[in-house]
Structures are given as C-alpha cells and as structure tokens.
Design a protein around this ligand. Sequence first.
Ligand code: AMP
Length: 214
Amino acid sequence: MNIILLGPPGAGKGTQARILEEARGMTQLSTGDMLREARTSGTTMGDKVAAIMDAGGLVTDEIVIGLIEEKLTGDQNGGFIFDGFPRTLAQADVLGDLLKRQGQTLDAVVQMQVDDEALVARIVARSTCAHCGEVYNDLTKPIPDDGKCSNCGGTEFKRRADDNEESLRTRLMEYYKKTSPLIGYYYAKGDLKAVDGMGDVADVGQQITKALDS
Ligand code: AMP
C-alpha cells in the first residue's frame, strides 16, 4: 500500500508516518528529511537548498523529484508513506507517472485537517531526538524528565532552523498557494480521505488506520 500524508506544516505528518512505519512495515519517504541531509553536503546545490528552506519557501520541483526518483527504485513490500511530497501539482503528476511505470498504485491520500491557529503553537514548541528523530513537543509530549529520548535513550535534541514564527508564515502561505490545490486534485481522483488532525497522537493514528482499512 502506498499513501500520501497531506497537510500543512505542523499537521503531524512526520509523527504519524513513524507510527505507520512501525505498525505496518511501511517506509516513510520524507522529502524534508532528504533535503535536510542534502543541505549539509557542502555543495552549491546544498547551500541553495538551505537558504530556501530557512526562508520557508519550496525547493524546485526538479530537485525534489530527483530525490524521490532515487528512492522509488526496487521493491518495497510494505509500501511507501509519502510525507511532505508531493507539494505541487507538477510533483503530483510525476509521482503518479513514476508509480505507474513501476506497476504500483497510490492507494490513499490522507488529508490531515488542523486549525491554522494551532500550527504556530505546535511548531515553535517542537523538537526531535538528534539520534533517532523521535518527535517531541513542549506542550503535548515533552522530553522526559531524565533528559533521555523515550525511544532510543539519546540525550541530544534539536530544533529545526525553519521552526520559527516568521518562516512558518511563509511555509503556510506556500502551502495554501501551491500544495492545498492537491486536495481537490486527489478528491477528483477518488483517493482523498480526510481525518481530524486536532486530536492527540493516538486518536489521529486510529482515524488514519480506520481510513486506510475501510
Ligand atoms: P518538511 O520537513 O516537510 O516540513 O519540509 C521542510 C522544508 O523542505 C519545506 O519548508 C521546503 O522548503 C522543503 N521541502 C520539503 N519537501 C518539499 C517538496 N516536496 N517540494 C518542495 N520543497 C520541499
């Protein structure tokens, strides 16, 4: 089963993707994670990517599609969870073609609906374990009192450079201008399943399970 998690920054896509990986043996493909790796490459391309990401803009379709193409080779039994991709109609068209060429299908697009006002609060409060990527939030899931990651025991945590209010405003604008048209696109294809992303992590996870299994 191949699925897309669609929603604005801070909707909880990464958190739910990690849960699905564990529960269903799927593989998360996060273009954000791939780009964060690319930006440290020390190349001119890496520097360009870093500047765009920090400002909250979208990296070019060409670069992002290239990254996804590299990962979509070969068999992946449990299927892929596309997290943060596609973000434009052009990316969505290419993803459809890529999957088709490999004899694969896109089985569901899960739209995570969240209140815009909650996003800023969620994002400025979030951090991740530097070792395993477990996501924490000062408000809803604080780092344990002993300072150790509950998943791997790591003691180093980091905040994303673009998780600040100014950059978030640009990311939200990019979402509404370029990514939200995908809701209509996938609705028309009959692939869209909407869930309420405002509940706690377990509740949203249950809704996603129900949507995927129905
Ligand atoms: P994310 O981790 O998904 O929030 O992505 C972080 C940043 O990476 C975004 O704000 C964009 O600058 C860039 N990015 C991630 N995925 C894409 C994509 N599919 N298309 C363009 N830019 C992307």
